[in-house]
Design a protein around this ligand. Structure first.
Ligand code: FAD
Length: 469
């Protein structure tokens, strides 16, 4: 059975990039169809990414905060973890947000189709679903927003239920006693934060010699000091072999002194990055969309591919693969399709590791400033002199700001500490608005707050002494 649909815009992919593009297109009066292969909207972010991971991180942080309370004279009974209840709570959160997206699509009269979209021509998309019902969508413009999938390692027994991708780790099927995470990127370290708080003994292994290599290393080394109390990070080490046996997953690790070690774990998570899978889209039917060496779809600063009526946004256009980048691009692409002369040219894209403590950075880092020969000044504000940080058991936090020494404007910043991701907002805005150090320090910062440390850092740069805030 097949059905023909004629529309101005078709968006392929119902993740944050796709639904943002679809919503804005409809708001701008464009007839819009949104195609998603799964019954739920929200993509990786809502279903197996940002939202479930942050839900579990919220629990992890609360457990740690409660443990700290015993030092302040407040004691609770012994910690008990009911993973069935946690799973249900997480499922309900996702359901609530997913229903919200359906409501918002219906409110805008967006036609949402469930099925896999593949191009037939540059104006015709075939959508096929498991009920073998085909939709032929004839469109003027298409937006590709199909996201990314986890990178798999070769020769790994993936069918064994103790070998996980991030999707499996977020299912919380069990709390492994000994847990290995391969990959020390944001996803790997967030999972280490969750599982160590839930009681696993966690090792994180990586071939790299550094974590967060591009971020200010003074912050990273403070970060390492704190998280090493919760889990172990083993750098310069390669995973040679993974073998599933009845008594556990046996992993052969080799360090850069060529010494092999065989270690047994109850579960292994592979978190070594994400890739683009374009196979289902059948791009060859639309005359060869340009693809980069890294496998992502190439777009110009108006998010258009080399085929004039085909746009692409979100993870599918490459790094950074972050939901907020996709959401931003979704809104811009809709404006462009509606005829507005706008471009995707943000000065900065914030990055946040929602670990405990959080590590967040935006704009130029010190390393980048050195590499690019930018004349810069760096200002450091330690949280050990912040009243709010001391109250919140966050005295090891730190706020760094980077200023261009020629223009005197702020060009970057990084924060270590609880809520660093939220605090980063002030720095992002300051960079986008081209603020000088004085603009920040002359803005009154409420006391006692953690964001006072941003005002403090800008005062330090101007030589104003801020001893204790
Ligand atoms: P996706 O969310 O991947 O959505 C693409 C959608 O397209 C999917 O629903 C897919 O089913 C659908 N699709 C694919 N092919 C087709 C087809 N042919 N036809 C129809 N439908 C199709 N980012 C953050 O900014 N903050 C975070 O805290 C964060 N945490 C994360 C935690 C984890 C564990 C993971 C894995 C990722 C996290 N990310 C985070 C990254 C974030 O999830 C992605 O950047 C974001 O989901 C990308 O959005 P997207 O719309 O481009 O793609």
């Amino acid at each position: 059975m097949s059905c023909n649909i004629y529309t101005e815009v078709v968006v392929i992919g119902g993740g944050p990039s796709g639904y943002s593009a679809g919503f804005r297109c409809a708001d701008l009066g464009l007839d819009t169809v949104l195609v998603e292969q799964y019954p739920n909207l929200g993509g990786v972010c809502l279903n197996v990414g940002c939202i479930p991971s942050k839900a579990l991180l919220h629990i992890a942080k609360t457990i740690k905060d409660v443990k700290h309370l015993s030092k302040c004279g407040v004691l609770f009974n012994t910690l008990q973890i009911d993973i069935c209840k946690i799973r249900l709570w997480k499922k309900n959160l996702i359901k609530k947000l997913s229903e919200g997206l359906t409501y918002l699509s219906n409110k805008r009269n967006i036609q949402v189709l469930t099925g896999i979209g593949s191009f037939v021509t540059a104006n015709h998309l075939l959508v096929r679903n498991s009920q073998s019902k085909d939709f032929n969508i004839f469109f003027k413009k298409a937006v590709i927003a199909i996201g990314s999938t986890p990178v798999m390692l070769n020769n790994v027994p993936y069918l064994d239920e103790r070998i996980w991708t991030s999707n499996d780790a977020l299912c919380l099927s069990m709390i492994p006693k000994r847990f290995l995470i391969i990959g020390s990127g944001i996803i790997g370290l967030e999972m280490a934060t969750i599982y160590s708080a839930l009681g696993s003994i966690v090792d994180v292994v990586d071939t790299n010699s550094q974590i967060f290599a591009s971020v200010d290393q003074d912050l990273v080394s403070n970060f390492l000091k704190i998280v090493s109390m919760d889990f172990k990070i083993i750098l310069n080490t390669q995973v040679l072999k993974i073998k599933a046996k009845d008594n556990g997953i046996w992993v052969t690790l080799k360090n850069n002194s060529n010494i092999d070690k065989l270690v047994c774990y109850d579960a292994v998570l592979i978190a070594i990055g994400r890739k683009i899978d374009l196979e289902n889209l059948n791009l060859k039917k639309i005359g060869g969309v340009s693809i980069s060496n890294l496998g992502n779809v190439c777009v110009n600063d108006q998010l258009c591919t080399n085929i004039p009526n085909i746009y692409a946004i979100g993870d599918v256009v490459g790094y950074p693969m972050l939901a907020h980048k996709g959401i931003y691009q979704g809104k811009i692409v809709a404006d462009i399709i509606a005829g507005k002369q706008v471009f995707f040219d943000p000065l900065v894209i914030p990055a946040i590791a929602y670990t405990n403590p959080e590590l967040a950075w935006v704009g130029v880092t010190e390393k980048e400033a050195i590499e690019k020969n930018i004349k810069y000044k760096k200002s450091v504000f330690p949280w050990s002199v912040s009243g709010k940080a001391i109250i919140s058991n966050a005295h090891v936090g730190q706020t760094n700001l980077i200023f261009d020494d020629v223009s005197k404007r702020i060009i970057g910043g990084a924060i270590l500490g609880p809520n660093a991701g939220e605090l980063l907002g002030e720095i992002s805005l300051a960079i986008e608005m081209g603020c000088y150090a004085e603009d920040i320090s002359l803005t009154m910062h409420a006391h006692p707050t953690l964001y006072e440390t941003i005002g403090g850092a800008s005062e330090v740069l101007q030589g104003i002494s801020t001893d204790l805030i």
